[in-house]
Design a protein around this ligand. Structure first.
Ligand code: PMP
Length: 394
């Protein structure tokens, strides 16, 4: 059987992690892998998560099946977090799914059942896994302009013009906040325009919400999603609890669908559950029960929101420190965009050669597209990094 296969391409980030681990220089810096790290360089278990787990350990009475849609209380809590009062609940359905990735997967499968071979329009660039998930689901992929390598902001006019040309049957994948890999995001006024465009053309918004709370706070980060929800008849949302709850390996996410009316929501949901049943039957519960416990307990929720704010503020402060350090050394504002970006990443816009030089010469690791994880910046090495970046672009 297997002699028919050729080797699939390896995962670039995993390869980069391997290279970093093999580098013996004590001064090496890892800005590659996409996980949050604290000032000690570790990805901690959040204290609210630990407390929720302790409660679960003492109160859990059974591990019997929960059903295809997973943990119902989790679903309700996530809807409350995401929707606010943007949309009538009878048009909304949610199924817990394994991570943001699993949520994207089942929703793309749903799109393909509704419109076989439909085109998913993704930002240029986008998260490297969007493309394969869409293609593996039988969909086509096209791109719309997004990142401007000169300003390192969003090419908004071109983006909007491209979205304006789409129509019913087209899917527009949007990063709800904290765009990966660029770090460049839409302003509220720009979200308003995108929502108005989608309402006009009838293209279907599909929102990837993997970093809620990592940008400017939960309310600010959810603005665009809610604006779209209140503007258009149908929306898909892939929610992830990997980053904001630090639950990466627990694989917790949610697939949310919003339909024109309760009847269509129920029909579409029956297809979604059918997709899940035929794929992995039911999602794992542990991470979902942690999130349910935290979101439904006022004290734990407050503790989680505080911890999330600490992570967010640390990233914002590292952004500012790096851009200040570069400005001091270069007398130029060329790197100010790092402070304007939000979320865990910034796309520096460096050439592949510059990325290679940084790695070989300075032991600074980032992905080949020159994306840095700002949470990986060691506080005491900001000056070194500023110099390394200036030399690399020099
Ligand atoms: N979407 C984006 C944009 C992401 O960056 C990620 C995580 N790297 C995900 C979705 C999915 O994350 P997970 O499956 O780990 O929840």
């Amino acid at each position: 059987m297997f002699e028919t296969l050729t080797k699939a391409p390896g995962d670039k980030i995993l390869a980069l992690m391997g290279e970093f681990a093999a580098d013996s220089r004590p001064t090496k810096i890892d800005l590659g892998v996409g996980v949050y790290k604290d000032e000690k360089g570790v990805t901690p278990v959040m204290s609210a998560v630990r407390k929720a787990e302790e409660r679960m350990l003492s109160s859990e009475k059974t591990k019997t099946y929960l059903g295809i849609a997973g943990n119902k209380g989790y679903g309700e809590a996530v809807l409350e977090l995401v929707l606010g009062d943007s949309v009538a609940r009878d048009r909304v359905r949610i199924a817990q799914a394994p991570g943001g990735t699993g949520s994207l997967w089942v929703l793309m499968q749903l799109v393909n059942r509704a419109r076989p071979g439909a085109t998913v329009h993704v930002s240029a660039p986008t998260w490297a896994n969007h493309n394969p998930i869409a293609l593996n689901s039988g969909l086509e992929v096209a791109t719309y302009p997004y990142f401007d390598p000169t300003t390192r902001g969003v090419k908004f006019e071109q983006m909007l013009a491209a979205i304006d040309r789409l129509g019913p049957g087209d899917v527009v994948l949007l990063h709800g906040c904290c765009h990966n890999p660029t770090g460049a995001n839409l302003s509220e006024a720009q979200w308003d325009q995108v929502a108005a465009s989608l309402a006009r053309t009838g293209a279907l918004p599909f929102i990837d919400l993997a970093y809620l709370g990592f940008g400017d706070g939960i309310e600010a980060d959810i603005y665009g999603t809610r604006k779209i929800l209140s503007s258009v008849p149908e929306t898909l949302i892939a929610f992830s609890g990997s980053k904001n709850f630090g639950l990466y390996r627990e694989r917790v996410g949610a697939a949310i669908l919003v339909a024109r009316n309760a009847g269509e929501a129920e029909t579409a949901y029956s297809q979604l559950l059918n997709i899940i049943r035929g794929a992995y039957s039911q999602p794992p519960d542990h991470g979902a029960e942690i999130i349910r416990t935290i979101l439904t307990d006022p004290a734990l929720r407050a503790e989680w929101e505080d911890e999330l704010a600490t992570m967010r503020n640390r990233m914002i402060s590292l952004r500012k420190k790096l851009s200040d350090a570069i400005r001091e050394r270069s007398n130029s504002t060329d790197f100010d965009f790092v402070a304007d970006h939000r979320g865990m990443f910034s796309l520096l816009g460096l050439s592949t050669e510059a990325v290679d030089r940084l790695k070989a010469g300075d032991g600074v690791y980032m992905t080949g597209d020159s994306r840095i994880n700002v949470a990986g910046i060691p506080e005491d090495r900001v000056g070194d990094l500023a110099e390394a970046f200036l030399t690399a672009i020099g």
